[in-house]
Structure formats: C-alpha cells, structure tokens
Write a protein that binds this ligand. Structure first.
Ligand code: ADP
Length: 331
C-alpha cells in the first residue's frame, strides 16, 4: 500500500477502438503495479465490463508474451449506457464494492470523456493512456497505435505502387482516420503520393480539376503511376466520387483500394511498444504519487502526466502543411 495516497488496488481497461500497442500498455500497467505491491485488476470489454463485474485479478504472468501482439487481451467495447450519469454511478458503486481505488483507461478521446465524467462525479482517480490509431487526441503528439497503423498502410501502398507503375495506373487508396487527417498525411508523405484528400475537403472544396492536372503533369514528365491517398472521412464513398469525376470530366481512369481494418491489427511497431511501456509505467507511478485525473501525454519526446481536462477534444486539424510537403516532393 502506498502511504501517501492509500491506493491499494487499480483497475485497467481498454475502451473504444482497439489499437496495436494496447497490450504493451496493459503489460506495463500490470507489471509496474505488481512491482509496487499493488493489486491490479483487469476489466474486460471496457466500461461494459465494470457494469457486468467482468473483472479479474492480474499478476506478472497474466501479461507474459503479449508485448508483440496487436489487439487487446482485455478486449474492448463501446458502452452506450455509460453516457448516462446513473450508469456511471452504478459503475462507481461496483468499483467501490470490488475495492478498486483508481482506474487506468486505455483508449481514445471518447473513452477519456467517459473516464473524466466518472472522476468528476465520484472522485475516483483516473489515468488515461492515449490509445487510438487515429492520433486525434488533443494534448499529446502521439497516441499508441498510430505508428503501427501508418506503417501497415505504407507497406500496403508500396505494394499498390508496384502494380500501379507496372500498368501505368492511378490508384485512389483510402486510409482510416474518420475526421482525423493524421494517417492520410503521414502515409501520403511516406509513399510519395501525388495527392492527399483530407476529410475537411470532403465535399464542397474538393478540387478534382487540380487532381487531374497533377496526374497529367506527372504523365507529361514520364511518370507512369499516380497514388492518391484519401482519408476515409465521416461519410464513406468519397473515393468513388473522385473516381467517377476523374473519368467523366477528365477521361482519367483510377482504381480504388480501401485498406480498412488491416490498419488496426498487427504487431505493434517499436515506437508504439516504447510509448505504451513508458505510458503504462507513468500511469501507475503518477497515480501512486497522488495525481488524480491525468493522461500520459507524449510531448516533444517525453511522456508526462497532463491534466485529462486538456485531452478531451478530438484534434481535427493535423499539420495541414504535410499536404504541401507531399505535393512539393512528388512533382
Ligand atoms: P474512443 O475512445 O476510441 O474515442 P468512443 O468515442 O467510441 O471511442 O468512446 C468509447 C466509449 O467511451 C463509449 O462507448 C462510451 O462508453 C464512453 N464515452 C464516450 N464519450 C462519452 C461521454 N461523453 N460520456 C460518457 N461516456 C463516454
């Protein structure tokens, strides 16, 4: 038991979309906690697992041989009931009955919002570990899973480029990220994409004329393939519209490849493992030191606890100048 905070038992859960590296974070939380003599409880399937009492005591060996695996051994879920304050009260009472003094929540901004409300309403200490492939949480430069998702997409686009250049084709490759531009921008720069379509450009200001001009300029200087990276955006179908308009207005044929959920899976990259390990350690260390409501944020190369309040918004605008960079380097 820690004399200063009286924290004896900590619960850990994953919530929202899974991301590669969540297992590394769980491992770091469990091993750090066990090393300090704390009881660590794994809560299965996010906030839903609290309500169903799906809670298991973990020890050092519960997290053996998971560091290299994607997904999450604790499973995850979206729990719509948790938006209701009465459900959160019920969850708090269950945690109290189980004598769980604090919670580590691994997830995105939605999960952080749920956890923040639980803390505000009932005082339970919360540590948030940013885990999402979208890299769209305010307050942290990187989230666990983003680097792996980008690498997966980059490898896929490299393969597409092989066939695109063999057949002198244009491909529109849709990457994940909903409103977030982060994956699209990184993948665009890393694959030498000729164009990147961001979610903000979803309908009105999409400049198909410019895209066709870029493709034609490439053809004129001897390029035999073009890659357009499209962020998925909130409403699907954008790449089909681009494909249709390129053909009907500019007589340019483009093929579509939607990468989809392969970007969520796979063995976490070394950066994600490193981040998750540091964040898991700092989550427990900071809870034990008495911090009450924070996220483990990666800012300018360092992981530090930061007030959770500053991490509740979705980061929509993501370094738009990367689009310019991709364009300048793909002339
Ligand atoms: P992510 O954490 O990946 O952003 P979601 O936005 O789907 O994923 O949120 C995951 C879960 O967090 C939700 O299913 C819900 O249980 C909880 N949650 C999200 N937003 C809130 C909120 N405003 N109030 C209470 N709980 C929330």
């Amino acid at each position: 038991m820690n004399e200063k905070t009286k924290i004896k038992s900590i619960g850990v859960l994953c919530s929202g979309g899974d991301s590669p590296g969540m297992n590394c974070a769980i491992r770091a939380v469990v091993r750090t906690g066990v090393g300090l003599g704390l009881n660590i409880y794994g809560i299965r399937r996010g906030f839903q697992g609290i309500l169903e009492g799906d809670i298991v005591k973990m020890d050092a060996s519960s997290v053996g041989n998971i560091i290299q695996h994607g997904g999450t051994i604790l499973k995850t879920s979206r729990c719509l009931d948790f938006y209701d304050p009465a459900t959160r009260k019920e969850a708090f009472n269950i945690l109290k009955r189980k004598k769980i003094d604090a919670l580590v929540v691994i997830g995105g901004d939605g999960s952080f919002n749920g956890a923040y409300r639980l803390h505000e309403e009932h005082g339970i200490p919360i540590a948030g570990i940013p885990g999402t492939i979208d890299n769209d949480i305010t307050g942290t430069d990187y989230t666990v899973g983003f680097d792996t998702a980008v690498q997966t997409a980059v490898e896929a686009v490299d393969k597409i480029r092989d066939t695109a250049s063999s057949h002198a084709r244009t491909f529109i490759v849709e990457v994940m990220g909903r409103q977030s531009s982060a994956i699209a921008l990184h993948v665009g720069v890393c694959t030498g994409a000729e164009n990147i379509i961001l979610p903000s450009k979803d309908r009105q200001d999409l400049n198909i004329e410019q895209i066709s001009a870029d493709i034609n300029r490439g053809i004129a200087r001897g390029k035999n393939s073009s890659i357009i990276i499209a962020a998925e955006g909130e409403t699907p179908g954008l790449c089909h519209r681009v494909q249709k308009e390129l053909m009907s207005e500019y007589n340019l044929q483009a093929h579509i490849c939607i990468l989809g959920h392969i970007q969520r899976g796979g063995n976490p990259s070394s950066l994600d493992r490193f981040l998750a390990s540091r964040m898991g350690y700092i989550a427990i260390d900071s809870l034990v030191s008495g911090l009450k409501c924070f996220a483990t944020c990666f800012i300018q190369g360092e992981v530090n606890p930061t007030p959770l309040e500053g991490c509740l918004e979705k980061r929509v605008e993501y370094r738009p100048y990367y689009e310019e960079l991709a364009k300048k380097l793909s002339i």
